[in-house]
Design a protein around this ligand. Structure first.
Ligand SMILES: *Cc1c(COP(=O)(O)O)cnc(C)c1O
Length: 386
């Protein structure tokens, strides 16, 4: 039975397997002892290997041990968990925040603890799998709207029954397309129909806005945001996630969200490293400046080579290929040339929209990007994309 299912996956060109990566210098990774220039990491600011952050983790490991030993509500909360939550709230300018063991769990928590049976729950079609799973788990009346389609969202909201509560859930920066949600318009609709907006800013937090506070800062609408989720394993370079919002929201999640209640707390070394990372992130604007410089340089180079891309000014740059197998072959050819850019296929993205997903980092130098652009051009011609 397993073999049959696997055969079907292989026939569709959708087979996946795991490869061990070893970190090298900067964006270089080692696979089977060979170096590759990586354009695959969500470590946007290069903070995942920062010595100051690692040092904080080491001292917390020594003081608190390797594991937390229990869930947050039993005995898994250390002063470092509380300090991290205060740091996040301070940085995000919200009343409070709550940390989670992962973004996947934070999203399951939001979708199951907030919308209730009979409520309307509207989700962008391109939302992350964790949001979609959460929507399916929720007892609310769950509907999907076309990607960033404000008109359709408005129509769905207008069908809201009187007295019915409604929730809208969207990503800030979409993880596979790198485009930005039309948040001001969504906020306007949410106000008009008294709906609650839930923002997953996994890829916006640390990256977007002039201080890196995220997509809402980018649009200057932070005061309109009620519920913001972010991850600590991407730009922050550590692990875990958070929800930021009002004291009451956080209190309700602590009391009701099963993915918060029934899981072992993060080991104290994780919040220790997150606190250090947030301090660095807040006090080092040059990291974001380097990332933006790389985004602009890379996109200019792609356009010059003749790739048709949508430059959304985020570090996620998809190069659309279409066919799943061709995308894998393209990625393989780049790999053979020492460049690691993953092929993204269904079910992560809709059928016929397989792509190379480039993610840039402040760690890339101009020379790294030039090497990548050169090989993309060579392979682009070889595979008939250019
Ligand atoms: C990565 C990601 C998550 C999950 O976060 P983890 O901490 O990796 O579990 C949730 N939402 C989006 C949009 C993501 O990209």
């Amino acid at each position: 039975m397993y073999a049959d299912e696997l055969k079907k996956i292989k026939e569709k060109g959708l087979y996946r397997s795991l490869t061990a990566h070893l970190p090298g210098e900067g964006p270089v990774i080692y696979i089977d002892q060979k170096p590759y220039l990586s354009f695959s990491s969500n470590n946007y600011l290069g903070l995942a290997n920062h010595p100051g952050i690692i040092k904080e983790g080491q001292s917390a490991l020594e003081k608190y041990g390797s594991g937390s030993g229990s869930s947050r509500l039993i005995a898994g909360t250390t002063p470092l968990h509380a300090e991290l939550e205060q740091s996040i709230a301070r940085f995000k300018k919200t009343e409070a925040a709550l940390s989670f063991s992962s973004g996947y769990l934070a999203n399951l928590a939001l979708m199951t603890a907030l919308p209730e049976e009979g409520d309307l729950l509207l989700a962008d079609r391109f939302n992350h799998a964790s949001l979609m799973d959460g929507c399916r788990l929720s007892r609310a009346d769950f509907k999907v709207f076309r990607h960033k389609d404000i008109d359709q969202l408005g129509k769905l909201l207008s069908k809201k029954k009187s007295g019915q509560s409604a929730f809208i859930v969207t990503e800030g920066v979409f993880s596979m397309d790198g485009d930005i949600a039309p948040l001001p318009e969504i906020v306007k609709l949410a106000k008009q129909f008294q709906a609650t907006l839930i923002l997953d800013d996994a890829h916006g937090f640390g990256v977007m806005g002039s201080h890196g506070r995220g997509t809402a800062e980018h649009f200057g609408i932070e005061s309109d945001m009620e519920i913001q989720m972010g991850t600590l394993g991407k730009a922050v370079g550590v692990h875990g996630a958070f929800v930021a919002g009002s004291h009451l929201l956080i209190e309700l999640l602590i009391n009701r969200a099963k993915p918060f209640i029934y899981t072992t707390a993060l080991p104290a070394a994780i919040p220790a490293m997150c606190i250090a990372s947030l301090n660095i992130l807040a006090s080092t604007p040059s990291l974001r400046a380097a990332l933006i410089k790389n985004q602009d340089y890379f996109c200019e180079g792609l356009i010059e080579s003749g790739f048709s891309i949508q430059n959304h000014h985020t570090p996620i740059i998809p190069i659309l290929i279409g066919d799943a197998e061709k995308t894998v072959e393209f990625s393989r050819a780049l790999f053979d040339a020492g460049i690691f850019i993953p092929a993204i296929r269904p079910p992560t993205v809709p059928r016929g929209t397989s792509r190379l997903r480039v993610s840039l980092s402040a760690l890339h130098s101009q020379e790294h990007i030039d090497i990548c652009l050169n090989h993309l051009k060579i392979c682009g011609k070889k595979f008939g994309i250019l």
